[in-house]
Design a protein around this ligand. Structure first.
Ligand SMILES: Cc1ncc(COP(=O)(O)O)c(C=O)c1O
Length: 424
């Protein structure tokens, strides 16, 4: 029996529901990457490491809410906090204490977060970071990485998917104001940055390239870019939406001795509820203070009906509190990730390269002479169809869920036995 047949046999209710979804939603989904062939299963509940679909199939989940659920699905401490908050109400639209509590935690753990602004998605956070960099410098060009994904803001919707030279979408204007540089290639990147130096407002980088292949940047690369950017009086923006609180209690940048001007956060710091965070050095962030300033003197940052809503602030606070008081969580999940990478590398007759860091990992099926995966181009040259097929096989046959083609995230709800089963 083919895996497609096996999948269809066990997901009959999902097929019916997804047919309805297709009538109502474009391609049946609201986030493009959630669709896969022949149709995605429909989830009815989740808990711990598991997703349960409407046919009662249980899956050990490695997608983990777009990698946001570091404690697993619906962990009890976060759930209890949210329940208490919901008893009081879930939306105020005003200043609330929950926000202050979360910010106190973030500012202590992330030294550069001298000032903070909340939004409801990572996309909004990076959109604002770009606007702020342009305002502060009075320049227009933003450089990003080939393969870098910072959400769907038009300001950064360029060179996301291979081939990086094509426009990602119609409807995006001023694409010439976004320039793209090669990851982990300092010389190649500096050459491009130098060409645009005069009008370069800032560079935005993920310290571990997430969507484009789960590839850590080298410290030398990031420090080299930062040095150029600061000498050029541009801003160094680190997008830690995936990496923030993922490997340690705080951001990745201090471990690499970096000095970013703006850091964006999201995912984990929202504890599973909608969030985006832009934070950074006081003098830069204060540029977005609107009080008593002319329009020309400020950066207009800070909107969003649901910004800093008490529900997201509560789940974020509860999640960070658990992580703060349970630092062994990081050694546990980082070790499990190390184990997964080591063991997976030995599988598939050595025809794979497994990238990642800490609790994040991704299996690349090598072809066409690829011997390393240190940037998005090499990741795209690997057999991405084989990766999707491998993930789909695990969904259909083994009760293991990776979003086909995407990196895996280990949570505190996973155990070594889960990783062993996945490797088998
Ligand atoms: C590095 C990075 N930045 C920004 C975003 C966008 O965040 P959101 O999906 O919350 O808008 C993502 C989402 O995956 C991301 O991985």
């Amino acid at each position: 029996m083919s895996y497609i047949t096996e999948y269809k046999k066990k997901t009959k209710n999902s097929a019916k529901l997804f047919a309805k979804s297709l009538k109502l939603h474009v391609n049946g989904v609201s986030h493009n990457i959630r669709y896969y062939e022949p149709y995605p299963f429909v989830v009815k509940s989740s808990g711990g490491k598991n997703l349960v679909d409407v046919d009662n199939n249980k899956y050990t989940d490695y997608w983990m809410g777009h990698w946001s659920l570091i404690l697993g699905h619906a962990p009890s401490k976060v759930k209890e906090s949210l329940k208490k908050q919901i008893e009081k109400s879930w939306m105020y639209g005003t200043v609330n204490e929950q926000t202050i509590l979360l910010s106190e935690l973030i500012s202590k753990a992330v030294p550069v977060a001298e000032k903070i602004r909340y939004v409801t998605s990572g996309t909004e956070a990076t959109m604002y970071a770009v606007r702020l960099a342009r305002s502060v410098t009075g320049r227009k060009i933003i450089a990003k990485i080939d393969g870098g994904w910072h959400g769907y803001t038009s300001d950064l919707l360029k060179s996301v998917n291979w081939p990086f030279t094509e426009s990602e979408s119609s409807g995006v204007v001023n694409e010439e104001k976004i320039v793209s540089i090669p990851y982990n290639d300092l010389e190649g990147s500096l050459q491009i940055l130098k060409k645009h130096a005069k009008d370069l407002a800032g560079v935005i980088i993920e310290p571990v390239l997430g969507g484009a292949g789960c590839i850590p940047a080298t410290q030398d690369y990031l420090r080299g870019i930062q040095e150029f950017v600061h000498k050029n009086k541009s801003l160094f923006i680190l997008d830690e939406i995936v990496t923030g609180f993922r490997f340690r209690y705080g951001c990745l940048y201090p471990t690499m001795k970096l000095d970013p001007d703006i850091v964006t956060l999201g995912k984990i710091v929202g504890g599973g509820m909608a969030i985006g965070v832009m934070c950074g050095k006081k003098e830069i962030m204060e540029y977005s203070n609107t009080v008593g300033k002319k329009k020309s003197e400020r950066s207009y940052v800070g909107g969003g009906t649901f910004s800093a809503n008490p529900s997201s602030m509560t789940t974020g606070y509860a999640t960070l509190s658990v992580l703060k008081n349970g630092k062994s969580i990081y050694s546990k999940i980082n070790n499990l990730g190390e184990y997964a990478r080591k063991e997976l590398s030995k599988s598939f007759d050595g025809k794979v390269i497994v990238t990642g860091k800490g609790s994040l990992f991704m299996t690349h099926f090598v072809k066409d002479g690829i011997t390393e995966v240190t940037n998005a181009t090499q990741a795209s040259m690997c057999d991405v169809k084989a990766l999707r097929d491998y993930h789909f096989k695990m969904i259909a046959h083994d009760g293991i869920f990776f979003l086909p083609g995407k990196l895996g995230a280990i949570s505190n709800a996973h155990e070594k036995s889960d990783i062993k089963k996945m490797i088998q």
